[in-house]
Design a protein around this ligand. Structure first.
Ligand SMILES: *Cc1c(COP(=O)(O)O)cnc(C)c1O
Ligand SMILES: [Zn+2]
Length: 388
């Protein structure tokens, strides 16, 4: 009999050390994020038998770290639509363009995936108080799932973060700390809070497990045939690393075969540390000074997992691209007018990148391309001018 979770241990992708997963743990002592590893040969569920499971991310529970179904904290996240964009795709010159719409998820962004799995697993290993720095959306999601779990959440957010995220944290009873600075300053504040588990991006090993379900769902929704390209707006990079990790696990299970999709990391020219490192051929990024973009979810001047993002794009023959805020807004409005979908600026950044990559020939006319719209445009009302 297979267990609910096939989690076996935690592994350091930098120094190779392994750690017991059933303890409260953050980074590897070497400073690197830790990755969850599974006993994949013990997994007996098949793609066909998955079909009967509920349409949320917990359908992949063997490949998730929560050991007991009793500890699952859920608001119904996952199995978001994978929508064809025929009219807009034709205009871009990519006929087989698909958008995975993460706007249709609790709290309005894909951050709910990381929060659902991260909070559930934290609860399971005994954490009752979490603290995290955030540009906004992660704080909204973690505060909501913490409330659902009956846990305390302390959310530190730059003053410039969107007001809606402050309100979301407040309504679910999270403790909100505004920080006069950027996300790095919020992180410094969180490090000084005694008694709280630091749930910063990649400082705990499990939110990436939630985010990898985007990759699992794309594979399942395409009937286990992979697209040619997956395009992702990259901040901390957890989503793109997660998709890569999830697809590698599916390949090891034998559920998919052949080359993985070319992964594209998209950033704004106002904050593009990973793109710069990619262009210079560096293994890690350098902190980006004066980071600023309308796509605040990807305003991360230095990501802890940058080396893993660079590895993911290198090993899949992908690339990294930076786009201007002006182009982001133009594509956001085009998608809305041509397809009826109000996407977030981070999601729109993908389409600006796809346009550039199609023009350069890096994306071919017959490539099947999946773009992640990471959140709902509804959370960004200021991106739409009112008619005068
Ligand atoms: C956080 C966020 C991102 C970036 O996600 P990472 O996985 O940290 O790279 C992209 N879009 C939105 C809307 C976000 O909130
Ligand atoms: Zn290590």
């Amino acid at each position: 009999m297979t267990s609910f979770s096939a989690l076996s241990h935690l592994e350091c992708p930098r120094c190779g050390a392994t750690h017991d997963a059933d303890q409260i743990i953050g980074l590897c002592p070497c400073g690197s994020p830790l990755l969850a590893r599974y006993d994949l040969p013990s997994v007996t569920v098949t793609p066909a038998s998955l079909a009967d499971r509920a349409p949320n991310l917990w359908r992949y529970h063997e490949l998730l770290p929560v050991r007991s179904p009793d500890n699952v904290v859920t608001l119904g996240e996952g199995m978001t639509p994978l929508l064809p964009l025929p009219r807009y795709g034709a205009e871009l010159g990519v006929d087989r363009l698909l958008m995975k719409d993460e706007g249709l998820i609790p709290t309005g962004t894909f951050k709910a995936r990381g929060a659902a799995v991260g909070v559930s697993r934290a609860y399971e290993v005994g954490v009752r108080k979490i603290a995290m720095p955030t540009n906004g959306n992660a704080g909204s999601a973690w505060a909501a799932y913490a409330a659902r779990a009956g846990m305390e959440a302390l959310i530190a957010m730059p003053i410039a973060a969107p007001e809606i995220c402050r309100r979301e944290v407040t309504v679910v009873g999270g403790r909100l700390q505004l920080i006069d600075g950027l996300i790095g300053d919020a992180a410094a504040y969180v490090r000084e809070q005694p008694g709280y588990f630091d749930a910063s991006t990649l400082k705990e090993p499990y939110r990436i497990e939630g985010k990898k379900t985007m990759g699992l769902e794309i594979a399942e929704q395409l009937n286990w045939e992979l697209p040619d390209v997956i395009v992702y707006p990259t901040g901390g990079g957890v989503g793109i690393i997660g998709i890569w990790k999830g697809l590698l696990e599916l390949r090891e299970l034998g559920w998919i075969s052949g080359p993985l999709p070319r992964l594209v990391a998209v950033q704004s020219t106002g904050c593009a540390p990973i793109v710069r490192a990619w262009e210079k051929g560096l293994p890690e990024s350098e902190p980006w000074p004066d980071a600023k973009t309308i796509a605040f979810g990807i305003t991360v001047p230095k990501a802890l997992g940058d080396f893993l993002v660079l590895q993911a794009i290198a090993e899949t023959d992908g690339c990294a691209v930076a786009v201007d805020d002006e182009d982001i807004l133009a594509e956001q409005h085009k998608v809305a007018r041509m397809e009826g979908s109000f996407i977030c600026p981070e999601g729109a950044a993908n389409f600006a990148a796809i346009r550039t990559l199609r023009e350069s020939g890096w994306i071919r006319a017959d490539d099947q391309v999946v773009a992640l719209n990471t959140g709902a445009g509804l959370k960004y009302p200021e991106t739409v001018p009112l008619p005068s």
